[in-house]
Design a protein around this ligand. Structure first.
Ligand SMILES: [Zn+2]
Length: 357
């Protein structure tokens, strides 16, 4: 059922109809939904003294915008809850020639199936919805008691029957959140994702920990649980891997590499002492992978999840890749065929539901 099709919030569609696709976005999102003691790196509650001042208590303004975007420490920054504005922002992507948005917001990140369906209808964009569990600090309070089968059944139901009491179905498993080292609960959530992948034929999308070893550690757990690397997308590689050899080692597993932080060029990155690449450097890594023969394993996105990512707040918005990155790809001598693979054909292939295995 559904094999060979792509499952969107408005029903199954032909993979050829997707068009240019962003593989990792959030149209609406809220962290800390289950009110667990917030320790996650995305948590706006955890506001270190040195980055918190009067601007935290004022609405985001032109004057405070850079500070908010740089440190992410405004209490409203990591909350996208304005559906009307989500439509306006998504429409910019459609107007720039976009076709599909993969919204990997799972229940732990305050997924809203009906709102996604309304956004899809209003914009004419295909929207593929996620499922599964995010990183440990965002898990539901009863996560310790959930076994692998429980967790897998929940994902399978979301993909095959409907999500959150609706008949709106998920078309991708993820983003499945992990830290490094992977916690016990996160390992169970990964094993469940592998089971659900085999049962539904849907791809799995991973949020790895902020550590170079994290992606391979996740791939090992998925492999042991019977997961299919060829149906797995490793997200956030652009803030996790930096050396060519590490990109190639991950590509050798067979998974898709997702450069999904296009537009984020800040030197400060939520307490992780990393050198965040800029968009030009991301393209360099993509070109290296293409030269090494992995052109059919690269996808891109902008992971919009902060207010200051939105154009309304002076950010780059969902159309950034189409409007600004594609011209840079051409300038940096990526071929039109390679760009088409990254934007259209690779997403269509990985989003197409496989036969049950
Ligand atoms: Zn994300």
């Amino acid at each position: 059922m559904g094999a060979g099709q792509v499952r969107t919030v408005l029903g199954d569609v032909d993979p050829k109809d997707l068009g240019r696709t962003m593989m990792h976005e959030h149209l609406l999102i809220g962290f800390g939904r289950w009110r667990r003691e917030a320790t996650g790196t995305h948590s706006s509650e955890r506001m270190p003294q040195e980055h918190s001042d009067r601007r935290s208590n004022e609405p985001i303004s032109l004057e405070s915008r850079h500070w908010v975007a740089y440190y992410g420490r405004h209490p409203a920054e990591y909350r996208l809850d304005d559906e009307a504005n989500a439509i306006t922002e998504a429409q910019r992507f459609a107007d720039a020639g976009g076709g599909t948005i993969v919204d990997v917001t799972n229940p732990d990140l305050t997924r809203q199936p009906q709102a996604l369906a309304r956004i899809s209808r209003a914009t004419g964009l295909h929207v593929v919805m996620g499922c599964g569990r995010y990183v440990g600090s965002n898990h539901p309070l009863d996560m310790d008691e959930r076994n692998v089968d429980d967790l897998a059944r929940e994902m399978i139901k979301d993909v095959t029957e409907g999500s959150d009491g609706t008949d709106i179905r998920s078309g991708i498993i993820g983003e499945i959140g992990t830290e490094y080292p992977v916690t016990e609960n996160e390992a169970r959530s990964l094993e469940a994702a592998a089971l659900a992948q085999r049962e539904t034929g849907a791809a799995v999308s991973i949020h790895p920990g902020r550590e170079t070893r994290a992606p391979l550690a996740v791939m090992e757990i998925l492999d042991r649980a019977g997961g299919d690397a060829n149906r797995t997308i490793m997200g956030h590689v652009d803030r996790t891997l930096f050396a060519t050899k590490d990109f190639l080692a991950l590509a050798e597993t067979g998974c898709y590499l997702e450069f999904d932080l296009f537009g984020q060029e800040s030197s400060y990155y939520a307490h992780a002492p990393i050198d965040m690449p800029n968009d030009a450097r991301r393209i360099d890594h993509i070109k290296e992978l293409i030269a090494a023969g992995y052109g059919n394993r690269i996808v891109v996105s902008q992971d919009i999840c902060q207010k200051t990512n939105l154009t309304k707040y002076g950010g780059h918005g969902y159309a950034h890749i189409l409007e600004n990155v594609v011209p840079m790809m051409l300038r940096k001598a990526m071929s039109e065929t390679d760009i088409e693979n990254v934007l259209v054909h690779n997403p269509a292939r990985i989003l197409t539901l496989a036969e049950k295995s």
